[in-house]
Design a protein around this ligand. Structure first.
Ligand code: ATP
Length: 369
């Protein structure tokens, strides 16, 4: 087994609890992404796994073995950092083979493994070059090759693509995914880039203030954020939120806030009622709001257009709904009049409900049997 288990780990720097009691089981061969805003504790968590930080509390197991007090070199890990930190006076081959030389592996074996790693990362024809003779993407590939050549049980990557330009990031992202599937190393990958997390992760652990706030597969994190914070952090543009109270009108239920009324399904109303809360926040993704120039049959929600932007394959509208601002994505053909009025329909099945006070998603009601 090459799984990683974090049991109640705590890391404190003075008054800052950088890692605040994290429990996490990373499965064998899993690609787990730690995602969150700057300062949420991602890097510190990774450094704890690597053995570069000592824990204040808790323990870490790799492949069932307690490594809490082992130095980094004895943990069976490979690490790739944002700064590639290659040795400038060594060739690509020497850089890749460095870890093996330190371990005293014999020369023919080093040679064989360096060639294999270079082949995996398409560096075969660059082995005699020096880092200064490489592009940013090639240097980053050398850094990855250097980490995988030691055949680590666990591969740890800290924002490995953030120094690269957008196009290179896209191609390296695909390469990292392919590589991980090929070498089958349990991987922990730190990023603040939600697109990277959604595309790479088997599961994503979303972090905030030293804690994991949601641990799920990417689709689930996107569709069903556990908190308002997760919904607002993931998605570009992020989820829209409106806070209001439930009101009944002519037998129909609405969420009513300043300047709007959003119809609710009976199921949503039942969940709100079961939660016994006064104020509800609804979340809806920009692609789940239909927009039209005339009021739809059955009624719509009137909003006014602030900005209409072409964003490639879609158009993004910034709309005013009373004092609130919403983002809606539509087809590029939809051309609203500047500063004109449009009508919105929220897809009831896609409305997510949160407790306005705690910001946590309201629990699903048990299915009636
Ligand atoms: P970023 O994306 O900016 O790297 P992060 O999520 O990786 O952020 P960490 O680097 O883990 O966050 O930092 C978590 C918290 O711990 C921050 O408040 C940071 O200032 C603090 N911190 C990290 N390392 C140290 C240190 N060596 N000494 C003191 N405080 C630290």
């Amino acid at each position: 087994m090459r799984d990683v288990r974090l049991e109640g780990i705590v890391k404190q720097f003075g008054k800052v609890r950088a890692v605040d009691c994290i429990d996490l089981h990373i499965r064998e061969n899993e690609f787990l992404v730690l995602l969150g805003p700057s300062g949420c504790g991602k890097t510190t968590t990774l450094r704890c796994i690597a053995g570069l930080e000592t824990l204040d509390e808790g323990r870490i197991l790799i492949g069932g073995r307690d490594v809490t007090h082992l130095p980094p070199g004895k943990r069976g890990i490979g690490m790739v950092f944002q700064s590639y930190a290659l040795f400038p006076h060594m060739t690509v081959a020497a850089n890749i083979g460095f870890g093996l030389r330190v371990k005293g592996v014999d020369r023919t074996e080093i040679d064989r493994r360096v060639r294999r790693a270079a082949e995996l990362l398409q560096l075969g024809n660059l082995l005699d070059r020096y880092p200064s003779q490489l592009s940013g993407g090639q240097r980053q590939r050398v850094a990855v090759a250097r980490a995988v050549v030691v055949e680590p049980q666990v591969l740890l990557m800290d924002e490995p693509l953030s120094n690269l330009d957008a196009l290179l990031r896209l191609s390296m992202r695909a390469e990292i995914k392919r590589l991980q599937q090929e070498i089958q190393a349990t991987t922990v990958y730190v990023t603040h880039d939600q697109v990277e997390a959604l595309s790479l992760g088997d599961r994503i652990a979303v972090m905030s203030e030293g804690k994991i706030v949601q641990l799920d597969e990417p689709q689930e994190v996107y569709d069903n954020p556990a908190t308002v914070f997760v919904g607002a952090f993931i998605g570009n543009p992020p989820m829209n939120f409106l806070t209001g109270r439930v009101r009944q009108d002519a037998g129909r239920l609405f969420l009513e806030g300043e300047g709007y009324q959003v119809p609710l399904s009976p199921e949503a109303a039942a969940r709100i009622q079961a939660a016994r809360i006064d104020e509800v926040t609804i979340g809806i993704r920009p692609e789940n709001i239909a927009v039209s120039l005339t009021e739809p049959e059955g009624g719509g929600i009137a909003a006014s257009v602030i900005v209409s932007e072409l964003i490639g394959a879609q158009r993004m509208l910034t709309l005013a709904l009373g004092p609130h601002t919403l983002k809606v994505t539509t087809s590029t053909e939809f051309l609203p009049p500047p500063n004109g009025q449009v009508w919105l329909t929220f897809d009831p099945a896609k409305i997510r409900l949160f407790d306005a006070a705690t910001q946590a998603r309201l629990a699903q009601l048990p299915k009636a049997s």
